[in-house]
Design a protein around this ligand. Structure first.
Ligand code: PDD
Length: 307
């Protein structure tokens, strides 16, 4: 396996050969931990504050005390990026409950494991943007909020992995999951949007989704452009009857849905995305570019060094 370019483990940058986590780490044994994935554009971490605050929220929802303050997390991010050396990168922060004897009790672990790694961004296939992705509506339901709230970006990803397995078997790139009530929820690592009746529609928080940071950017672009936005509860028929659909995620940005495979048949959408989708693909990229420019212009204070 290739080495990851930049790795920061617990309190310092380490060589890939030194980056080892205990076999008794509860992240490994029980999926007990949280994470965030960020995208770095020209050396600037897009929406860094928002990702750090979501990490803090996920940690607090599982009663995990982060071993670092937001400022220390930022410093770890910058050290990792420096070691990584790539200006266009993906960066992941993982915090697990830490090493401890067998047993579920979080108090068995005295120190969380804190890991940041970054590597050259591997762009998604061009076909995704030029043609679109195929989505399969799967039988695996999104976790019940009252069981394991999808707002927690946890290391416990089997729900999404089961959905991914189903989607692959159906010949799709990504899954579309319903919640327990049969309402649309989200993909395995993405949020879903569609255009119907002149409105931009997306499942609401109440449907049991991860509130995507890309989703929030898209919603703010839509509101700025005075588009009608509906965050609500939708059925499978709603997306099958939509004129356009797209998915969003930090790494993939905005990707058109070219084909939706359902239980009884498939529906094709515009090749390469309809007008609204194309507009969001372009506006999102502009948003990222201006974020990079503004962050640079504001200088290091916004990067958290002078807080
Ligand atoms: N995935 N829903 C789920 C279940 C996710 O895992 C993700 C993110 C999203 C989109 O969120 P955002 O726009 O903040 O990336 C929605 C990341 C990319 C991952 O798993 O690495």
């Amino acid at each position: 396996m290739e080495d990851i370019a930049g790795i920061y483990l617990n309190d310092r940058v380490v060589a890939a050969s030194e980056a080892r986590v205990s076999v008794l780490d509860h992240g490994f044994l029980y999926g007990d931990g949280v994470y965030e994935t960020m995208r770095v554009y020209s050396g600037v971490v897009f929406m860094m504050e928002e990702h750090i605050s979501r990490l803090r929220n996920s940690a607090s929802l599982i009663e995990l005390k982060l071993p670092k303050s937001p400022r220390q997390i930022k410093l770890a991010i910058f050290e990792t990026l420096e070691a990584c050396g790539h200006k266009d990168a993906y960066l992941r922060i993982t915090v697990s409950r830490g090493e401890g004897p067998i047993g579920l009790d979080p108090e068995l672990c005295s120190r969380p494991t804190f890991l940041v790694f970054a590597d050259k961004l591997k762009p998604s296939p061009r076909d995704y943007y030029e043609k679109g992705m195929a989505l399969a509506l799967v039988n695996t339901r999104r976790n019940l909020r009252e069981a394991l709230d999808p707002q927690i970006k946890s290391l416990n990803f089997l729900n999404n992995i089961m959905a991914k397995i189903e989607a692959k078997k159906a010949g799709a790139h990504e899954a579309l999951m319903l919640n327990h009530a049969g309402h649309l929820a989200e993909g395995t690592t993405s949020n879903i949007f569609f255009v119907a009746g002149g409105a931009l529609c997306t499942p609401s928080d109440a449907c049991g989704i991860l509130r995507g940071i890309t989703r929030d950017v898209v919603l703010s672009i839509a509101r700025r452009l005075d588009m009608k936005v509906v965050e609500g509860e939708f059925k499978e028929e709603d997306i099958f009857g939509a004129s356009e659909a797209f998915i969003t995620s930090t790494i993939m940005e905005v990707v058109p849905v070219a084909r939706l495979i359902g239980r009884t048949g498939a529906r094709d959408f515009f090749h390469g995305g309809g007008d609204v989708t194309k507009m969001f693909m372009a506006e999102y990229r502009k948003e990222a570019a201006s974020y990079v420019e503004n962050t640079r212009a504001a200088g290091p204070s916004i990067w958290g060094f002078t807080e």
